[in-house]
Design a binder for this molecule. Sequence first.
Ligand code: HXC
Length: 487
Amino acid sequence: MIQSEEQKKKEKQHKKEKKTAQERLDELLDSGSWTEYQQFTAGSEQDKSYPNDGVIIGVGTIHGVKVCVYAQDFTVAGGSLGKIHAQKIAWIMDLAYDMNAPIIGLNDSGGARIQEGIEALSGYGSIFYRNATYSGVIPQISLIVGPCAGGAVYSPALTDFIFMVEKTSQMFITGPKVVQAVTGSASCPEELGGAAMHATISGNAHVISQTEEQLFQQVRALICAWKTVQTSDVIAPNVKQMDYLLPDDSKKGYDSKKVICGIVDVDSFYEIHEKFARNIVVGFAKLNGEPIGIIATNPKVKAGCIDVDASDKAARFVRFCDAFGHPLLVLEDVSGFMPGVDQEQAGLIRHGAKIIYAFATATVPRITVVTRKAYGGAFVALNSKAIGADFVFAWPASEISVIGPEGASSIIYAKEIHESANPEQTKKEKMDAYRKQYASIYKAAEVGLIDDIISPSETRERLIQSFALVVNKKRSLPGRKHGNIPL
Ligand code: HXC
């Protein structure tokens, strides 16, 4: 049987474990919900032979939520972007803005259509312009389901969330061949721009999956995470076990995801950036059916210290939640910002400042729970009352102080420790004394830095009650063109 050219291209796509644009839409969207627009487009003046000009645009639903979608079709000129192709994407983005609906872009493209020359470049510009203009107005989600190279990467980079598939999707500014030509060193595409690299090292990818099918399920779950659930459908976690969750040894790490799951509705936690900067955990969840955003330091990784990557991760998440009205819950067990030459030289001051800026300017309801310790600048930065938290609670064994006991005793008791016959023993005694005198949670409660001391098992109920109190909170920032977040 003679295969058509179109059929051959479809097969080539399937052999690479990639789906066609239409197959992808069928999996991403609710069955029967798709309406396509401008399907008779066929390329620009120079070349009229490209069906749909290599991109499908339209409107569908995900779990009943209206979404606008564009899907680049690699079987048509490698999904390359020409003038009409760009015009279609810009049009569907404008429609998403007018509809106040999320825009989802499926990127599978060889980049600017070479035959169309610089007009294709200008097409990218028109998309970037809309990515930036609609930022914080409509959620923007990018699925990288094939190549995304050169300047084309800046459209996904300007969106809120990037999803990638392991082994079949790549993002890089400069591809392996050009890297080799310019620098003389070979690099493998996965190392240069694969999903695993972007999920763990660069932080460009927020969610990755092993297959396209899984990816579409994850996108559907994200849209679902932003929806309210009826309280009659809520399954509450077993809160009793929360009182036994923390290790007896206060220096031992534990996984803050266990704390999150002991507070929020069962199976509602949706983690963002799971493999990147694991010393802080961020994600969406539901509390008694209401969607919230969670930021939790993670004592299991780097003792939960905040470093450059953790700062970027947390600050960006806070900005998304604030822009789209998701109340914020901070779970805090943090000994401070990460000390050391590496971090200082990497700009921890500038990056850490993003967290303060993001929280201080967030006007959504926001609550902090100190679960074990909160020392120094990290206590202030992570949604303290001083920078506008609505409520700050602490678990009974928590410590809050200007600096951790170890650092404090090495400064204020340095002389006694140095002159002692048994410096180790003296240091331990001084640390205990410091804990009692300066770091006790009751000291913080006495001066109103925290609003109440609550048990782990009552945390869920107190949070549900407290968020309900501030659900209609009205705060606004001083009028200005825009602030200048430390970038
Ligand atoms: C026109 C293109 C194209 C492009 C691919 N095709 N990229 N046509 N412009 N940019 C066409 C091919 O000619 C081929 O057409 C079909 O798409 C499939 O491509 P293949 O090469 O056969 O596929 P594959 O082997 O899978 O390789 C995919 C690829 C490779 C890795 C993406 O095609 C590639 O390297 N393309 C060029 C990538 C690139 O350098 N882009 C940068 C452009 S500049 P037929 O008819 O044979 O099926 C740019 C700047 C943007 O993007 C700046 C924004 C500000």
